[in-house]
Design a protein around this ligand. Sequence first.
Ligand code: DX5
Ligand code: ZN
Length: 231
Amino acid sequence: MAQFHIAPSILSADFSRLGEEVRNVVAAGADWIHFDVMDNHYVPNLTIGPLVCEAIRPHVDVPIDVHLMVRPVDRIVPDFAKAGANVISFHPEGSDHIDRTLSLIRDHGCKAGLVFNPATPLIYLDHVMDKLDLVLIMSVNPGFGGQSFIPEALKKVREARARIDAYRERTGREIHLEVDGGVKIDNIAEIAEAGADSFVAGSAIFGKPDYKQVIDAMRAELAKVESGAKA
Ligand code: DX5
Ligand code: ZN
C-alpha cells in the first residue's frame, strides 16, 4: 500500500514566528512542509516568496513542497530551486508552455507537479506524465486557507488515481497524488480511499493548539484505510 504523506500548509501558521512553527510541526510528525505562494494576480491573495523559503530551509530537514499560485510561473522557478524547494508545483493556467515549465523545474533539480483547480480538467495530464512527479488536486478554489472541501474533488482524485496506476503499470514509475483544501481529521480517510497518498492541511493543523494530536489523529484515520477497515 502507498506510503501516506501529511503536508501541513504554513499558510495558516503564525508568520511572526515561522521558524519555530515549522520546527514544531515537523517535531509533531509532518512529512513535508507545504509552502503556498500567491501573487495577487493569478489568485486574489499575496503571500510569501523565495526569501521566506530560504529562511525556513535551515529549520527543517523534510521536503519543502512549493505550491505556486502565480502567473507567469517560469521566472520564479529557479529562485525557489535555489531557496531549497524540493517539489515545485504550478497550475496549467499559470504557464503558456506546460511541458517547458515541467522541464525547467526538473532541470533545476526539483520534483515537478501540476495542480488542478476544481474546474480544471485532467486532460492536461495526457502528454506530460513522463515529466511529472506529483499531481495536486485542489479541493477548494485556490487563494485562501480555511475553506470547505468541495466533494466533487473526490471524483477527480479517483480519475487521477486510475491514470497514475495505469502509468505505473506501464512504466514502473511512481507519481504522488496530493489533495489540497479543506482536509480534516474527519474526511482524510475518505480522500485516501479515493486514491490520494499525500494530504495538505493548513487550518486543520495550525489552527489547533496541539499539532501532534491532529497529525496522530490523521494517521490513525489513514491506518484504517491501509488496513482495509474502511475500504
Ligand atoms: C489554498 C492553499 C492551501 C491552503 C489549505 O489556496 O493552496 O494549501 O493552505 O488550507 P486549508 O487546509 O485550511 O483548507
Ligand atoms: Zn496549497
